[in-house]
Design a protein around this ligand. Structure first.
Ligand SMILES: Nc1nc2c(c(=O)[nH]1)N[C@H]1C(S)=C(S)[C@@H](COP(=O)(O)O)O[C@H]1N2
Ligand SMILES: [Mo]
Length: 538
């Protein structure tokens, strides 16, 4: 049944993720445990592993910690954010608690990962490293408690009336914005592939407009068929009456890796690194079920497109909009979902609360957030983002000669991959003549990653990645990404190496060698080999 997961497979996938995380014990220990205490913790954890990793008991455990404690000073999130460096002492928040973890970090080497959460909430880190969700770790953590978080700041936002961006959600400190208004940010690359499922708070954010503030209890979704003029209004509770489908789908911005393409020749657009991509479980009603109820089915309509409008609007009151071909929308295996949950929780505001359309295998721009209206039509959306943006062009086309009507809107994305560890310029240790390299690979259109090739000499010689990890979905419904790990040999005596990666999908498509030949003025579809230069240490 493609990727429409039953409860059963959902759990087996969750288990798989636990196994994945337990393979990371080294990293986890280095991240959160004090030197001496760490070993003891790890042993205890191993004994208790089964009990501590059950989902239900986990929630109970978490409820006990981070509660309000009488007699402690109160701090705001702004106070917490002033403590993000060792020299200022490092503070983090967890639920109602504020913690000074400076001494905790000082006690162990390799604490740099938790520093990425410094000045913000540690919650998403605990979903990355599920082992932290054990009473032993949390007891230890509670010892570093210094205060209570101001009640207004427990998951809340700051208001200022004049600014259209005054009611934005609070974002995690680890998301470093490339633009604040509208808010656009990606997580640090080294956290991206630590888990097959990207935690909600670390998922890249790409907003074109202010985030609308929608009351889910009065939320309405309009669905109309242009030809018959039939219209239907669905509230959230109506949407929830349809069978609930869960799929794992990667969403990627067309501009992911633009910062590499722009080095060949300047392009216009946000300078994304390699992390404008994330993988989540999305649950909701299937679009084809909702349309079927209105008599719109394969063979019963001559419409060609399904348009989506967001509830986010520009100063002229025009909403964000995009469209997809009707074939994708009506195909029960197309898995297009009117999603109200992201990784088992209500979709966070930045990602489309309360409802967003998930169009798996298709470029991020068509996965419209804060969905307000669906229009079944003979025409594509006439929104700017469908007509005059998110299109590819030949390398010779510049801003003087470009005709946006000439290229089709990007829908299914081509195969792409990136190296997330080690990072550019890093000095890495060579063990038995080998290096460990890790990253992601993904292809649009439900194509599965079947192989990942890694080179340590700039692409002269290649070796296959040893481990490919993905959910169980098969071609052509493999909407989720693949995390890969490779142990690759380096030449004896070399002091530096250029690593590169290319992935192969289930249609044997692979990536172009360089950016020169795929350069385009908007810097989209930047899927050339990812190259990372490193220094080698014995
Ligand atoms: N309503 C609305 N939907 C939107 C956007 C937007 O600005 N408004 N941005 C689009 C783009 S370009 C991308 S890449 C994805 C980003 O999704 P994310 O922020 O949940 O990662 O949302 C898409 N859907
Ligand atoms: Mo995007």
């Amino acid at each position: 049944m493609g990727t429409v997961h039953s409860q059963h497979s959902y759990h087996s996938e969750w288990n798989k993720q636990q196994q994945h995380q337990s393979r990371q014990k080294h990293q986890v220990l280095a991240t959160l445990a004090g030197a001496g205490a760490g070993v003891a913790l790890w042993l205890k954890y191993n004994h208790q592993a089964d009990a501590a990793t059950q989902q239900s008991s986990e929630d109970e455990i978490l409820e006990k910690y981070g509660a309000h404690r009488n007699g402690l000073p109160e701090y705001t999130l702004d106070d917490v954010s002033k403590h993000s460096k060792l020299e200022d002492r490092v503070w983090v928040s967890y639920r109602h608690g504020v913690y000074d973890i400076t001494d905790f970090i000082a006690k162990h080497p390799g604490g740099e990962k938790i520093l990425l959460g410094a000045g913000g909430s540690v919650e998403p880190f605990w979903s990355l490293y599920a082992v932290h969700k054990s009473p032993y770790v949390l007891d230890l953590f509670e010892e570093y408690r210094i205060g209570n978080l101001a009640p207004d700041d427990v998951g809340e936002s700051v208001r200022n009336m004049d600014d259209p961006y005054s009611n934005e959600p609070r974002r995690h400190a680890a998301l470093k914005p490339s633009s604040k208004k509208p808010f656009n940010a990606e997580p640090p690359l080294i956290l991206l592939v630590d888990s097959l499922i990207t935690p909600n708070e670390l998922f890249y954010v790409r907003n074109h407009l202010p985030v609308p503030d929608i009351d889910a209890s009065t939320y309405e979704l309009e669905v109309c068929d242009e030809k018959s003029e039939k219209e239907k209004v669905l509230m959230l509770k109506d949407l929830k009456k349809y069978p609930k489908h869960t799929i794992t789908s990667t969403i990627m911005c067309a501009g992911n890796r633009r910062s590499e393409m722009t080095k060949v020749k300047g392009v216009k657009g946000l300078s994304w690194g390699q992390a404008a991509i994330g993988n989540a479980k999305w649950s909701g009603a299937r679009l084809c079920d909702v349309l079927k109820d209105m008599g719109i089915e394969d063979g019963k309509t001559d419409a060609l497109h399904v348009q989506f409008e967001g509830l986010d609007t520009d100063p002229a009151n025009m909403p964000y909009g995009a469209s997809i071909p009707i074939e994708k929308a009506l195909d029960p295996h197309g898995d297009v979902i009117l999603a109200y949950e992201m990784n088992g929780e209500p979709i966070p505001r930045d990602h489309g609360y309360p409802v967003r359309v998930i169009v798996p295998g298709v470029v991020g721009a068509r996965n419209v957030k804060w969905l307000g209206r669906i229009i079944v039509s003979k025409n594509e959306s006439d929104a700017h983002w469908q007509q005059n943006d998110y299109k590819g062009f030949a390398p010779n086309v510049d801003w003087d000669t470009v005709d946006f009507k000439k290229s089709p809107a990007i829908q299914e994305l081509p195969v792409i991959s990136a190296i997330c560890e080690p990072l550019e310029g890093e000095s890495v240790k060579v063990k038995n003549g080998k290096l460990k390299v890790k990253g992601y690979a993904w292809s649009g259109g439900g194509r599965k990653i079947v192989r990942v090739d890694v080179s340590t000499d700039g692409g002269k010689n290649w070796q296959e990645a040893n481990v490919l990890e993905s959910d169980e979905a098969r071609h052509p419904w493999a909407w989720g990404w693949t995390i890969w790990t490779a142990e690759v040999p380096v030449l004896r005596g070399e002091s530096e190496a250029q690593l590169c990666v290319k992935a192969v999908d289930s249609q044997y498509n692979t990536q172009p060698e360089n950016f020169e030949n795929i350069w385009n003025l908007r810097g989209v579809l930047a899927n050339a080999y990812h190259r990372v230069n490193v220094k080698l240490r014995k």
